[in-house]
Ligand binder design. Structure first.
Ligand code: NAP
Length: 256
C-alpha cells in the first residue's frame, strides 16, 4: 500500500521553495523519495536552503535553480535545464506566491499586475513548459498551491483573491486539455498556517481568537499538515484525481 505513495526515482520542481510552505513541501516530497529541485528568486537564500536540506538526503537528491516564474523565457530555460541536468520532470508544484495588502480603492495597477504575474501567470508559464515534456512522456503531476482565498474573499487582498480564484480555474483548464495526455493537475488550498510569517497573527489575541472560532478543527494549520496531501497528489495514489482543489484548512471554508 505504501508503495502507492512512493516517489523514489521521480524528479520534482517546487517553485518558491527557498523558504516557507514551498520549502516544507520540497522536504516532504524528498522525504517520500523524490529528487527535488528548489527554486526562488534570491540565489543566496536558495543556496542556503539547498545546503540545509542536502545534509539530510543522499548526494544529488536536492538540487536548486534560481529563476523568475513570471518570465516566459526564464520558465522555458528553467524547465529545459532541469530536464537536461536532473532528469525528466515528473512533478511540478506551482507554489511561488506573493501578497500585497491594501484597500481596493488604493490598489495601484502595478501592484495588481505584480501579484497576478507571480500568483497566476507564473503557474501558467511554468506549468505550460513542464507540460510539454510530461505530455510527450504521457505522465506527470502538477500541483497548484491555492489558498482559502481561492473560495473566500477578505478586505485588503483583492489582487491575491483574484489570482488564487483564477488559479483554481487554471487548474481546471489544464485538466481540460492535459488529462487525456496522462497528466493529473490538482490544487491544494492551505488555510491559515502557523509559520514564522504568521507568528504575529498568532500572537494577536483578537486575530487568534477569530481563527480558532472560525475553524472547525479549532487550531492553526502547520506546514506538516500540507505534506500528506501534496505527496498523495504527486503520487500514483491520485491517478484518477483530476482538476480538484483540496482545501487543507481545518474545515474553515465549509462553515459560516
Ligand atoms: P513565502 O514564505 O513568502 O515564500 C515565497 C517563496 O516564493 C520564496 O521562496 C520566494 O523566493 C518565492 N518567489 C516569490 N516570487 C517569485 C518569483 N517571481 N519567482 C520565483 N520564486 C518566487 O511564502 P509562503 O507563505 O510560504 O507561501 C507559499 C505559497 O503558499 C504561496 O503561493 C501562498 O499564496 C500560499 N499560501 C500561503 C499561506 C500562508 O499561510 N503562508 C496560506 C495559503 C496559501 P525568494 O526567497 O527568492 O524571495
Amino acid at each position: 500500500m505504501s508503495g502507492m505513495f512512493d516517489l523514489a526515482g521521480k524528479v520534482a520542481l517546487v517553485t518558491g521553495s527557498s523558504r516557507g510552505i514551498g520549502n516544507s513541501l520540497a522536504r516532504g516530497l524528498a522525504g517520500a523519495g523524490a529528487t527535488v529541485v528548489l527554486n526562488g528568486l534570491d540565489a543566496g537564500r536558495l543556496a542556503a536552503a539547498q545546503a540545509a536540506m542536502a545534509a539530510d538526503f543522499a548526494p544529488g537528491r536536492i538540487r536548486s535553480l534560481a529563476f523568475d516564474v513570471t518570465s516566459d523565457a526564464a520558465a522555458a530555460d528553467g524547465i529545459a535545464w532541469i530536464e537536461a541536468n536532473v532528469g525528466p520532470l515528473d512533478i511540478l508544484v506551482n507554489n511561488a506566491g506573493i501578497q500585497h495588502r491594501v484597500p481596493l480603492l488604493d490598489l495601484d495597477v502595478r501592484d495588481w499586475d505584480r501579484v497576478l504575474a507571480t500568483d497566476l501567470t507564473g503557474a501558467f508559464l511554468v506549468g505550460r513548459e513542464a507540460a510539454r515534456g510530461m505530455l510527450a512522456r504521457g505522465r506527470g503531476k502538477i500541483i497548484n498551491v491555492c489558498s482559502v482565498q481561492t473560495d473566500l474573499a477578505r478586505p485588503t487582498i483583492a489582487a491575491y483573491t483574484a489570482a488564487k480564484g483564477g488559479l483554481r480555474n487554471l487548474t481546471r483548464a489544464m485538466t481540460a486539455e492535459w488529462a487525456s495526455g496522462g497528466l493529473q493537475i490538482n490544487g491544494i488550498a492551505p488555510g491559515y498556517i502557523h509559520t514564522g510569517m504568521t507568528q504575529n497573527l498568532v500572537d494577536d489575541d483578537a486575530f487568534n481568537s477569530w481563527i480558532l472560532g472560525r475553524t472547525p478543527a479549532k487550531r492553526w494549520g502547520t506546514v506538516q499538515d500540507l505534506v500528506g496531501p501534496a505527496v498523495w497528489l504527486a503520487s500514483d495514489g491520485s491517478n484518477f484525481v483530476n482538476g480538484q482543489t483540496i482545501f487543507i484548512d481545518g474545515g474553515m471554508t465549509v462553515v459560516v
